[in-house]
Write a protein that binds this ligand. Structure first.
Ligand SMILES: [Zn+2]
Length: 351
């Protein structure tokens, strides 16, 4: 699993290099629209993409002196920003990057944007064909149980400019289904449309304190890079006149070697097991960096990106699968998250 995973990560690194070096190509900015990448300059500090299985981009994220970005003095507009897809991107040409307001003591920085405060609501949109699949019971339980957990407590180390901290509270508000309204080959734009349709039809409420997850069955592709560049991503957009935060998470059964950490899961559904970790990843990022302008590091990595594919101590469950936490009575193998305290580190719980 790790070998193949690393192979995919390598592809991702190549992509990052492309984004950093291309002067003519068009890249996705993680918001469903294309933007011109800015020309590569002599400083190599990146911004988040929002898409993520979270990884460090590459040595290109270090400056020419070989210093890590964290050791450099405060910065200018060359710092990378999140794309929401797990890699950093340069600020759009002509626009200055966000200013940094905090010191680097915990390895991640605040860039003035809002966070999702109070109870974060979660909605699922089951897209495609999920009949006979145990994923809904496994992932509904995740969304219902992650709030209040020691694991989700890690997010409570993040705060806004008024020192208002994320609370350890998540509410699973419900789910809707979509029977291939946008076909089986989705674009970033069609993922947004899937969310917008549920809100405009009234199937799901218009909720600005929420993250909407579009969960696609294994026969569905997301053509901007699912399975080759990311396993999921999060972003935000204007839907029905409101700022709506949403996320794409595909079924890793489409590409187990790329997006599943193990060939089975504690609940006997490798795809759902893989999705659980990606959902936790995107949720952490959406709460601490909902508009891609709050918490991320100098390479554009959001909190969960910094700990992708790191699971910490695991235990063996009755069916032989590995797990590292129990939520709502079920075992899960979920990646670690970056704690913004005590110098910063990947961990499974806080405090
Ligand atoms: Zn990410």
């Amino acid at each position: 699993m790790y070998f193949k995973t690393k192979l995919v990560l390598l592809l991702c690194v190549i992509n990052v290099m492309f984004v950093a070096t291309s002067q003519a190509g068009v890249v996705h900015d993680g918001k469903g629209k294309a933007v011109e990448p800015t020309p590569r300059v002599d400083v190599t500090d990146p911004v988040p993409s929002g898409k993520g299985w979270g990884h460090r981009p590459s040595d290109a994220a270090r400056d020419e002196s070989g210093m890590t970005v964290e050791s450099m003095p405060p910065i200018d507009a060359t710092e990378l920003m999140p794309s929401g897809k797990g890699w950093g991107q340069r600020p759009v040409n002509g626009k200055a990057g966000p200013s940094r307001t905090t010191k680097y003591t915990n390895g991640i920085n605040y860039h003035n944007g809002p966070l999702i405060l109070g109870t974060t609501n979660v909605y699922y949109i089951w897209y495609g064909n999920w009949s006979g699949n145990t994923a809904p019971s496994i992932l509904n339980n995740l969304a219902s149980s992650i709030g209040g957990s020691p694991y989700y407590g890690i997010n409570t180390t993040y705060y806004d400019g008024q020192k208002r901290y994320v609370t350890n509270a998540v509410q699973f508000m419900g789910a809707a289904t979509d029977n291939y309204s946008q076909g089986a080959a989705l674009t970033d734009a069609s993922v947004k449309t899937i969310v917008a349709n549920q809100i405009s039809s009234g199937a799901l409420p218009r909720d600005t304190n929420a993250v909407y997850f579009v969960l696609t069955s294994a026969d569905v592709n997301e053509t901007s890079g699912f399975c080759t560049q990311y396993c999921g991503w999060h972003t935000y957009g204007s839907i029905a006149g409101a700022n709506i935060k949403y996320s794409f998470v595909g079924n890793p059964d489409r590409c187990p070697s790329a997006c599943s950490a193990q060939t089975t899961s504690p609940s006997g559904n490798a795809g759902a097991g893989g999705m659980a970790s990606v959902i936790a990843h995107e949720l952490a990022e959406a709460v601490t960096d909902p508009n891609l302008n709050a918490w991320y590091d100098s390479q554009g990595m959001e909190n969960a990106d910094k700990c992708s594919w790191k699971f910490g101590a695991t235990y063996t469950t009755p069916n032989g699968a590995q797990a590292n936490m129990k939520l709502g009575g079920m075992d899960y193998l979920i990646q670690q998250n970056w704690v913004n305290a005590n110098g910063g580190s990947c961990t499974l719980s806080y405090p």
